[in-house]
Design a protein around this ligand. Structure first.
Ligand SMILES: NC(=O)c1ccc[n+]([C@@H]2O[C@H](COP(=O)([O-])OP(=O)(O)OC[C@H]3O[C@@H](n4cnc5c(N)ncnc54)[C@H](OP(=O)(O)O)[C@@H]3O)[C@@H](O)[C@H]2O)c1
Length: 229
């Protein structure tokens, strides 16, 4: 499976990249990045790109791909609706429309968030914008589109958020995660589970397009070894 990854330097994207590189069924991961990350791996190819609203110069590299894991995103904190919509809906759709045209057999997985508003009419700005983004993605002619709606995510394996104040919160919360996971076993997933869930839906599909944290925890469970005969 050839995977295209957006947001590979972010918290979610780093987790997804790790699982893709560990998975023997993934032959190549192409990460579209603003700046080289410095990470090297035989299966990883980084494509440095300047304008995430226009993909014409990189189109020749964006063919023959089986799955796109779209983990790029910004926090709405401090942004007005127009700017958040530009960086969320417009940027994502610019990429997805290009990819659907070049890869009709592609499975596209988008990370939105718990509480996303599919009606696009609610009172919470970020939820309306993510809902509009999800709805627009579902209309594109991909093989399949899956919308991941995680809530709180526990970063594992030294993975860090690119958003400073998020990282500060994760650092403070680190000791509490094991207890929180016990108290809310269907609500908090790890970066590892999220990455495995993406690979699983790309391979096997899922019963519904919208997948909440509880669904992602099930999909991201480690494969069970079959009992010896
Ligand atoms: N973290 C959570 O607990 C959580 C929970 C639910 C949903 N989500 C969603 O998951 C997505 C990713 O979150 P995250 O926590 O991984 O964020 P993050 O750590 O802040 O990373 C953001 C990623 O997006 C890239 N990016 C941001 N703006 C860009 C732009 N204009 N052009 C190109 N690349 C851009 C960053 O690239 P650079 O390295 O170049 O800046 C980075 O790779 C977001 O949509 C978020 O809402 C996160």
């Amino acid at each position: 499976m050839k995977v295209l990854l957006f947001g590979a330097t972010g918290m979610v994207g780093q987790g997804v990249l790790r699982e893709c590189l560990r998975d023997p069924g993934v032959t190549q991961v192409m990460a579209l990045v603003r700046k080289p990350s410095g990470q090297t791996h035989a299966k990883l190819r980084e494509l440095v790109h300047g304008d995430f609203f226009d993909y014409r110069v990189v189109e020749p590299d964006l063919t023959g791909l089986d799955a796109c894991f779209f983990c790029l995103g910004v926090s709405a904190a401090g942004l007005g609706e127009a700017e958040y919509r530009r960086l969320t809906h417009d940027l994502t759709l610019a990429a997805a429309e290009t990819l659907a045209r070049l890869n009709p057999a592609m499975t596209f997985v988008y990370v939105s968030g718990a509480g996303t508003d599919s009606t696009e009419q609610g009172r919470t700005m970020w939820a309306r914008v993510k809902g509009r983004t999800e709805n627009a993605l579902r209309r594109l002619p991909f093989k399949a589109v899956y919308l991941f709606r995680p809530g709180l995510i526990q970063p594992l394996h030294g993975i860090r958020s690119r958003t400073g104040w998020y990282q500060a919160i994760y650092t403070l919360m680190r000791p509490a995660f094991p207890l929180l996971r016990r108290l809310f076993p269907k609500a908090i997933l790890t970066t590892e589970e999220l990455g495995r869930a993406m690979l699983r839906v790309a391979r096997e599909g899922a019963p519904t397009a919208i997948l909440e944290a509880a669904d992602l925890i099930v999909l991201g469970a480690p494969p069970t070894r079959s009992a010896a005969p």
